[in-house]
Design a protein around this ligand. Structure first.
Ligand code: ATP
Length: 239
């Protein structure tokens, strides 16, 4: 589904990602974990067209997307729910979702398609369905995070990138966000997840890559990495 080869990217003269190789298969939930500054967010930005890579290849199905602008990448089927909950506070839940759908299409869209995408998102997030007329700014932190994910899903993407969906949330809400991620996975949504909570990410993921200083240091099925002594010592709080 998504294949990244020898991806190099950085800011100005500073190279942050040093020839990364990784992939996400259809229906998989893959997580990128690693310490602060490892380059996880930079990777997400390069994938979604927010940052032009220096070199390397990013293929989504059979299309090369490296260097394409965000709107083109979105149209090909990659949706990015960025770090921080970026919802439009003074618009309703419905209106926020509608904006997500507009990112995909130019021109007329088949009748019923928009409704189908609304139904899908509201089925996945019943909490949002109950609050569809509410201003996004008055939602709880966890609900705003769900809305940010729902808005990305309105693109009906091939793959959803989730960058630190738990950031800044109270523990109870973090649990809810992870529950939602499990539900998305069960619904067959292909995802790439970046998380600070490495242990929680390894619980929900199929496969994981551990980044350090812009390199992939470890990789494997999440269930194996979870018990790998080196990974445990460095990233899962010891032991
Ligand atoms: P964290 O878990 O702390 O969010 P991360 O793994 O997501 O970390 P990045 O945000 O990708 O790491 O940062 C990787 C490196 O790139 C860091 O050294 C950071 O200082 C640098 N960096 C990030 N954004 C910029 C920028 N806009 N300009 C210059 N350097 C940047």
């Amino acid at each position: 589904m998504l294949q990244v080869e020898k991806l190099v990217a950085g800011y100005g003269k500073v190279e942050v990602l040093h020839a990364l190789d990784f992939k996400v298969e259809q229906g998989q939930l893959v997580t990128l974990i690693g310490s602060n500054g490892a380059g996880k967010t930079t990777t997400m930005r390069a994938l979604s067209g927010m940052l032009v890579p220096t070199s390397g290849s990013i293929r989504l199905r059979d299309k090369e997307i490296a260097g394409l602008p965000s709107h083109a990448v979105a149209k090909i089927g990659l949706a990015h729910s960025p770090e921080g909950r970026r919802v439009f506070a003074s618009l309703s839940v419905d209106e926020n979702l509608q904006l997500g759908a507009f990112a995909r299409v130019t021109g007329a869209r088949p009748k019923g398609e928009l409704q189908r995408d609304f139904d899908r998102v509201y089925t996945l997030f019943p909490r949002l369905a109950e609050r569809r007329k509410q201003y996004a700014g008055t939602l709880s932190g966890g609900e705003q995070q769900m809305l940010a994910m729902g808005r990305a899903l309105m693109l009906n993407p091939e793959i959803l990138l989730l960058d630190e969906p738990s950031m800044g949330l109270a523990p109870r809400l973090v649990e809810e966000v992870f529950k939602t991620i499990r539900e998305l996975r069960a619904a067959g949504v292909t995802m790439l997840l970046v998380e600070q909570f490495a242990a929680a990410a390894l619980e929900v993921a199929d496969y994981a890559y551990v980044m350090e200083n812009g390199h992939i240091r470890h990789q494997g099925p999440a269930s194996q990495l979870k018990t790998d002594p080196a990974v445990k010592a460095a990233y899962l709080g010891g032991g």
